[in-house]
Write a protein that binds this ligand. Structure first.
Ligand SMILES: [Zn+2]
Length: 687
């Protein structure tokens, strides 16, 4: 589902990566290795490693007015989007046969770019949908309409997106207990703002956001022709506030052990009374599905009860507002501007809307991503680059295997299962082996609204069609043009898209120390997700099964609790700390990733000394390259949103995790008393 604050992540923060696409002060292309010009040598590495590695870049970089933030990922996304746009232009010119993938891409993109046609249609495309909502005459019909709005818009474990604006969200993935077949996971939803904290947090910043949100609801309803907009907006906000109260927090959402709740379809009425579930599943086209996995049972109970206790008109207003909000981008300028004024300015801090073509690229990537991705991969990812990256991942996996063998605290039985996971891990490099089929998506020229509507619906129906079918462990969850990387725990698989395998993360001409510190630590990060707080709950076949001995689990939990406490202590704002539990899996992956990458780097030298460059030793280059992965600048609103809604810590604190690595202390002669210094027993060692 294409949304304003869409998340796409795993290696990296969602909102920042997804919304950030702009030309930036780039790394000089002739540089192969760490970028010395980005550093601030006046800062002691032991006091603030992040600013030592990136201080000058931070000083001279401005966040562009249409961005919430800038960082290495967004810079590469700019490049990828520019290339994708070039491909789109060619596809538009090619006049491909009707029904072909190329023609669909061309028509989707052109319909979105034709702002005059969108303006001329006015609210006409929206009207039949609003009339359908207005015609709802009782709670039974409401339940049906709520079911009809269900989309495949969440992803609990791969792209970790827990936000559904519809009443609930669906994710289709291998089952927790039967990882050979696809199952339907249902997740809490119903909030337009990014997370329950936006409704419940009692601080000045959030009170201000809520006041602006109410005004925004009023404005959107007014633009769509509603009367009594103050009253309606007030009731919609009250309803969402009540929904927020029954939602789980993000940290709770990430606890897999609380998520495996299989409910038979016939049990919903008794387990979560208040919503007519037969009507709901009928509307969703799921009446044939026997069972679901309910991620947050108490939220389903609470939300179903709210359907009963809240009056029908409020729910109809809520449905109408959510519809207008979701499709504001393909409605006349006044609506898309108002939507940006809240979702862009207030929630992310961006000052102006991005150029239309960039939003067009995001739309095509979201609805027909593999059609463009296939051409992208052919053009921008050579067989040599693929072979080299595959060799690097193989080195990293070997390094990880040696680390597991050497662990003194882990019992042989646990080690054997960990090794089995590594042995069966599927690693996808660059692009998938098979491409997604979009044949059920009808694209029409000059119908931007209809195309987005049908695209979201077709994506949902493709997911429904998979339910019960055999799992394809080699299937990808990212397109080749995505600047990110992902671990798919239920498939025991990794994806490294082509667009992330390029400088500054990966440069065949850079020293090994730098490539291992940059992309190597990302590869190690993804591999280690296989064994983190989430990954360690799945066995080599992707089943949810405890394969740890009790003593090993105890050791793991003690070490990870120490890491959670370390991150709890970081305070980006006086009134807002990081949440060490919410970011734990990612923080573990960072410590483990850099450790494995270091081993892979040493192994790649085959006993030879690493060459110095710019006066830095090989080890220093390795750590600086890691630190430079995390160069970022974010507006206050964007950074606050990340802290509240993202499982990843902000870049500054990810870079600081070098304080857990003994060799970093040696490389930079870090002394007790310096700000990042940890005594050896305080350093978190997990793998
Ligand atoms: Zn991760």
């Amino acid at each position: 589902m294409i949304r304003t604050y869409s998340f796409a992540k795993l290696m990296f923060a969602g909102i920042l990566a997804a919304l950030a696409v702009y030309a930036l002060p780039a790394v000089a292309p002739e540089t192969h290795g760490i970028v010395v010009a980005n550093m601030d040598p006046s800062i002691k590495p032991g006091d603030d490693f992040y600013r030592y590695a990136n201080g000058d870049w931070i000083r001279r970089t401005e966040i562009p007015p249409d961005r919430p933030s800038v960082n290495v990922f967004s810079r590469l996304s700019d490049l990828s989007n520019q290339r994708t746009n070039d491909l789109l232009q060619e596809m538009v010119k090619s006049n491909a046969p009707a029904g072909s993938g190329t023609r669909k891409v061309a028509d989707l993109y052109s319909s979105y770019m034709d702002e005059a046609a969108i303006e001329a249609k006015g609210l006409a495309p929206l009207r039949p949908h609003l009339e359908a909502i207005a015609a709802i005459k009782d709670k039974k019909e409401l339940a049906h309409a709520l079911g009809e709005s269900l989309r495949s818009d969440v992803d609990a474990l791969n792209n970790t997106n827990f936000h559904a604006a519809n009443l609930f969200g669906m994710w289709v993935a291998p089952g927790f207990d039967d990882s050979e077949h696809y199952a339907a996971y249902l997740l809490q939803g119903g909030l337009q703002m990014p997370d329950r904290e936006y409704y419940l947090a009692d601080n000045e910043h959030m009170r201000d956001v809520r006041a602006r949100y109410q005004t925004h609801i009023e404005n959107m309803l007014k633009l769509a022709g509603f009367s009594d907009v103050e009253g309606r907006a007030h009731r919609i906000l009250e309803l969402e506030h009540a929904i927020a109260k029954v939602h789980r927090t993000l940290a709770e959402n990430e606890d897999i052990h609380k998520a495996n709740n299989p409910w038979m379809r016939t049990e919903f009425a008794a387990k979560a009374p208040g919503l007519d579930w037969d009507e709901y599943f009928g509307g969703a086209g799921l009446s044939h599905v026997a069972s679901f996995i309910v991620w947050q049972p108490e939220a389903f109970q609470g939300e179903a009860a709210l359907v009963e206790s809240t009056n029908l008109d409020t729910w109809k207003d809520w449905l109408a507002f959510h519809l207008i909000e979701a499709y504001g981008g393909v409605l006349p300028q006044a609506l898309s501007d108002e939507r940006f004024a809240f979702a862009g300015k207030v929630l992310s801090g961006a000052q102006r809307q991005r150029p239309r073509w960039q939003l067009g690229v995001l739309l095509v990537n979201g609805l027909l991503g593999d059609v463009v991705g296939q051409v992208y991969a052919q053009k921008y990812f050579s067989p040599e680059a693929k072979a080299q990256a595959e060799a690097m991942v193989a080195n990293l996996i070997a390094a990880f295997r040696r680390r597991i063998e050497a662990l003194t605290w882990m019992n042989p039985a646990t080690k054997a299962e960990a090794e089995a996971k590594l042995a069966t891990l599927y690693v996808g490099i660059g692009y998938p082996e098979a491409w997604h089929d979009y044949s059920n998506f009808e694209v029409k020229a000059d119908d931007a609204f209809g195309n987005m509507w049908r695209g979201n619906l077709a994506a949902y129906q493709r997911q429904v069609a998979r339910l019960g079918k055999q799992v394809d462990r080699h299937e990808w969850s990212m397109t080749p043009q995505t600047v990110n990387a992902v671990n798919l725990p239920l498939q025991n698989a990794l994806n490294f898209p082509a667009a992330v395998l390029q400088p500054p993360f990966y440069d065949p001409q850079a020293p090994a120390a730098v490539n291992y510190g940059a992309i190597g630590s990302i590869m190690g990060h993804e591999i280690s997700h296989t064994f983190d707080t989430e990954g360690s709950t799945f066995d080599s076949k992707g089943r949810l099964r405890n394969w740890w001995t009790p003593e090993d689990l105890k050791h793991f939990q003690a070490a990870t609790a120490q890491l959670a406490a370390q991150y709890d202590a970081y305070k980006p704002f006086p009134d807002l700390s990081l949440n060490g539990r919410q970011t734990l899996a990612e923080n573990i992956a960072d410590v483990a990733g850099i450790s494995a990458a270091y081993d892979g780097y040493r192994a790649s030298l085959s006993g030879k000394a690493a060459p110095e460059q710019d006066g830095f030793s090989g080890d220093q280059q390795f750590f600086i390259a890691f630190g430079q992965n995390w160069a970022s600048k974010a507006r206050e609103q964007a950074l606050r949103q990340q802290v509240l809604t993202d499982p990843h810590s902000p870049g500054e604190y990810r870079a600081a995790t070098v304080r857990n690595i003994d060799l970093w202390y040696e490389a930079f002669k870090v002394q007790a008393g310096q700000k990042l210094y940890l005594a050896p027993e305080e350093r978190v060692r997990i793998w």
